[in-house]
Design a protein around this ligand. Structure first.
Ligand code: NAD
Length: 287
């Protein structure tokens, strides 16, 4: 029996409906969630991603403030601007669109953003909190995957989870978040010998490698849940994930499509983090 398709667009839509209610409640108290988006240089893909985030903010009632800064900006100028935004009470989230120009010290930038406004979840405090269970803001893509699994009532506790990809923004936090939910987690990456030896054991397989058709049917267990985080543009312009969807969906019990699976959840979780930041700031202000 072919796999159930996990509909990320439907969950994203349902969640965004709930955001409107939360934003109205904040509005009644005189608070509008505010997101500052810093776009440095003129990378066209970054401009597209920022455009999507800005549009999604507007649709639910988050005020977004995009600042386009030149690629030539100095480290000191950029850090100075972040410090100002940290102190601005109208701003509840600060997002610096990655990648940054080579001369910018990304680690310093991410650490300079106040952990209380770090809606991307990249500050060391929030990264460390994934280990200890005290994180304030979880990174948006793996957070979206967890929400998709919960929405689909897919148990995590005690399951064998294999995460393919070990980046700081997807694979590693994904593994930590699933470990925190008592899964048994293996992490694979480009240097893993015999990837299939691991993937075949997975009850839940999360793939975030950026390699089209990396996962083929013979690499998965019958009935596995397959979450495809990959976004790859093929020479014909179409978008595909990391999983051979046609083949794997004949063997899996549930699978995310690309597009329409994890992608819509990433921006949704950014909105969630921004609203939650505004709610936290308001609650602190009241007490
Ligand atoms: P990255 O390039 O930083 O990391 C890729 C990881 O995959 C690395 O750990 C690498 O070792 C591993 N890898 C590469 N080739 C492999 C192979 N042949 N076998 C096993 N592991 C391999 O990428 P990233 O930023 O983590 O993104 C991964 C993919 O997810 C990309 O396609 C990206 O576009 C996509 N992505 C999607 C979303 C979303 O919202 N859906 C968000 C972020 C990233």
């Amino acid at each position: 029996m072919p796999a159930r398709i996990i509909d990320g667009r439907a969950l994203a839509k349902a969640m965004r409906g709930g955001f409107v209610t939360r934003i109205e409640a904040l509005g009644a108290e005189g608070v509008t969630p505010g997101l500052a988006v810093l776009l440095i240089g003129d990378d066209p893909a970054s401009a597209v991603y920022v455009g999507r985030k800005v549009k999604a903010c507007a649709a639910v009632g988050i005020a977004s403030f995009t600042e386009r800064l030149p690629a030539s900006i100095s480290n000191a100028e950029l850090l100075g601007r972040i410090v100002e935004l940290n102190a601005d009470p109208a701003i509840h989230g600060i997002l610096v669109q990655l990648p940054l120009p080579a001369h910018i010290d990304m680690a310093r930038v991410l650490e300079t953003i106040s952990a209380d406004k770090d809606v991307d979840g990249f500050h060391l405090y929030n990264v460390g909190g994934l280990v200890t269970g005290t994180t304030v803001f979880s990174p948006c893509t793996p957070y979206g995957v967890v929400k998709l699994l919960e929405y689909e009532n897919i148990p995590i506790e005690g399951q064998n989870v294999v995460v393919v990809g070990a980046s700081n923004i997807v694979g590693k936090p994904m593994a930590l978040m699933l470990m925190a939910r008592d899964a048994t987690v293996s992490i694979c990456h480009a240097k893993t010998r015999d990837l299939a030896q691991y993937t075949i054991l997975a009850d839940i397989l999360v793939v975030a490698a950026g390699v089209p058709r990396l996962i083929v049917p013979q690499m998965i267990k019958h009935g596995a849940v397959v979450i495809d985080v990959g976004i790859n543009r093929l020479p014909d312009g179409s978008i595909t994930g990391d999983v051979d969807f046609e083949g794997v969906s004949q063997k899996a019990s549930a699978i995310t499509p690309v597009p329409g699976g994890v992608g819509p959840m990433t921006v949704t979780m950014l909105l969630d983090n921004t609203i939650r930041s505004a709610e936290r700031a308001h609650a602190l202000h009241r007490h």
